[in-house]
Design a protein around this ligand. Structure first.
Ligand code: NAP
Length: 325
């Protein structure tokens, strides 16, 4: 089988396409013929040894996949060969075959296409958990989404609208903002040409945003926080812009606001029942046509390095997916 392999840590161009033996599923494992794999920001970090999880070399990056069950190990009964499934594995998905622990494999619903399924779980799972359990977003509240055209950002725009919030989308280009508008944003801010704090204030009659969803961090975090409403919730999602920001703690004091951490991967392990309910709700919304995942680019495995580089160069819109056929 072919696999994109990280043999030494470094930028995407260091990845190599290799022919490897097909892995055997052990007890409690499932072998999947991967049809598509979602590209996520952690893939840009894991290959450079900058992510919190550090698989031993050599390894294939790729945290999520959709495909068809090919074989199951002893003790696996919830899926059988031939089933269409989604797998969340952290790494290993940029390969034609993936062996995953059974508890990381869930059946796909209806006729969801493989490329859509491959990029669905992490983006929507993170945004949904953040807005629902962590922020307790209420209908009528104002939600500010930074990086609003990226993977987890665009999902938050769409889910915020669905949950009844007024959504303000912030991103770096007008083209990205047009996409966010198409996904339900009521207002937009171009944070490369406009003052983020002043624009949020102006758009909210001086009150500020009730919930701020921040996958970007760095220099965007403090101006955004300065535009939070009384009793606001600031969701720490990630630091795609680089630096982990430091906030003066007088700011949450003055606003009676909360800084709320979000770690979706840990949530799925620590609170499996709530995670399962969340996935059921998300897949139900998809089946009803309420969610329309945006796959902006599909690249073959041989161009996997290019796919990862698209995220590092801020070119990705919605999801970038690697396809195997
Ligand atoms: N907390 C969790 O559980 C969780 C789960 C999944 C992902 N995340 C994190 O969420 C963040 C976004 O992940 P993603 O997969 O959605 O990535 P993505 O699709 O690449 O989106 C990231 C966005 O960040 C913005 N950005 C600003 N400066 C950037 C820079 N220097 N390089 C790259 N992007 C930059 C870009 O929007 P503009 O060009 O508009 O600024 C881009 O759309 C990452 O930090 C990731 O680790 C966290």
């Amino acid at each position: 089988m072919k696999a994109l392999v990280c043999v030494e840590h470094g930028p995407p161009e260091k990845l190599v396409l290799q022919d490897l033996a097909v892995p055997e599923p052990g007890p409690g494992q499932v072998r999947i013929r991967v049809r598509a794999a979602g590209v996520n920001f952690p893939d840009t970090l894991i290959i450079r040894n900058l992510y919190q999880f550090k698989p031993p070399l050599p390894f294939s990056p790729g945290g999520e996949a959709a495909g068809v069950v090919d074989a199951v190990g002893e003790g696996v009964s919830h899926v059988v060969p031939g089933d269409r499934v989604i797998a969340m594995t952290g790494h290993g998905a940029f390969a034609e075959m993936l062996v995953a622990p059974a508890n990381a494999v869930i059946p796909m619903v209806g006729d969801m296409p493989f490329d859509v399924a491959a990029g669905f779980t992490m983006a929507y799972g993170t945004a949904h958990h953040a807005l629902k359990q962590r922020a307790r977003l209420q209908p009528g509240e104002t939600l500010l989404v930074l990086g609003a055209a990226g993977g987890v950002g665009l999902a938050a725009v769409e889910l915020g609208r669905l949950m009844g919030a007024r959504v303000i989308a912030a991103a770096s280009t007008d083209e990205k903002l047009a996409l966010a508008r198409a996904y339900g944003a009521d207002a937009t801010i171009n944070y490369t040409s406009e003052d983020l704090k002043e624009r949020v204030k102006a758009l909210t009659g001086g009150h500020g945003a009730n919930v701020i969803y921040d996958p970007v961090g760095d220099r965007f975090a403090e101006p955004a926080f300065r535009a939070i409403a009384w009793d606001g919730r600031y969701l720490v999602i990630g630091f795609a812009a680089g630096e982990i920001p430091r906030l003066p703690l007088n700011l949450p004091l003055i606003k009676g606001a909360a800084i709320v951490g979000v770690f979706w991967g840990a949530f799925t392990v620590r609170e499996p029942e709530t995670h399962a309910e969340n996935m059921k709700e998300l897949l139900g919304w998809f089946a009803q046509g309420e969610l329309k995942p945006h796959v902006s680019a599909r690249l073959p495995l041989e161009r996997g390095a290019e796919a990862i580089a698209m995220l590092m160069e801020r070119q990705a819109r919605g999801k970038v997916v690697i396809t195997m056929d």
